[in-house]
Design a protein around this ligand. Sequence first.
Ligand code: NCD
Length: 363
Amino acid sequence: MIDISLADFLSLPDSAKVAYIKDFGILYAQQFSRRDLDAYCELADAARDLHKVPAGRELMSSLLRHRMVLNFFVQPSSRTFMSFNTAQAFLGMSRMSVRDINISSMSKGESLVDSVRTFISYVDMVVMRHSDENAAAAAFWTAMKAHRRIEIHGQERPVPIISGGSGTKQHPTQSLLDVYTLQKSFKERGGIDGKTIMLVGDLARGRTVRSLAYLMKNYKDVKLYFAAPEKYQMLDDILQFLDDNQVKWKKIGSISEGIEQADAVYMTRIQDEYDELAAGTHEKASDDFVFTMEHLGRMKSDACLLHPLPKRDEIEIEVDYVNDRRVMYWRQERNGMWMRVAIIARLFGLDGRILSAQQELCG
Ligand code: NCD
């Protein structure tokens, strides 16, 4: 199923890795087409609807009752870990987690690929977060190589690997929930096509904004503004990808510069866990990149403010509790749970079941 060595696989450009991944896992935002994105959003809506009716909840929780999942999160996580757990519970899966390498056999020197090979002896899916940007790709290669297969609709398939965050590079499931949130916000305005989206903060090391930028190739006439201090500006690999895919972008030097044009503002925190700072200390966001009530006042009346969370000082505290539909990040967080139901359901070929149950039970 995969005919090259791990070293050769890891040395491929991501665009070539994507050709191997197909629908056997979720590792790179580049693997999704517009059709995929629309299907995920439809499925997330269906799961949300179904969960409102007792018969729908009952049905959903029977779908994957025979499946076991491992949540292997060895980098800090609250939302991604919890929303995956909740989504898995909604689908009836049994769950295990490893959250610390020091209490797994990796602390005895076991390699990541041996550990993953062990995991997939027991479980039917691995969701993982790791500080090494190649860890999920190595796990995927292992799942493809290992003899264990799971059966889905009569087909033998490798144990699926889902990245819940790969170093500073990718966070594909976050970008799916971000697109879901954007699409819902722009529902009455023709969807994401034609919108101007401002990404703010640590764009160089923010895996969420990188993955989201990749997804924009699927929409027509989107314009991206990158608002960041020079040292945190979007890296050339993404800019090149956007140029190759005719997505317009512009670097700007403050939130103020683009606030009136933006249909969405997507804030991020400085990813200073990758710096050598004294324990418990954090770098402050500089003033030009802090979202304030004044910015909210100048933002379009139908725009939205997003953040993948966790946040620190890059959004003024008053914005959190203002009664304003445009402040979207707490709803964005909950959207993540429904999107993760959709992601898992689709990997296990349950989309048809969920959509027809929605028709039947929610009419
Ligand atoms: C993000 C992450 O881990 O990349 N969080 C998340 O998954 N919602 C963003 C961050 O940590 O800044």
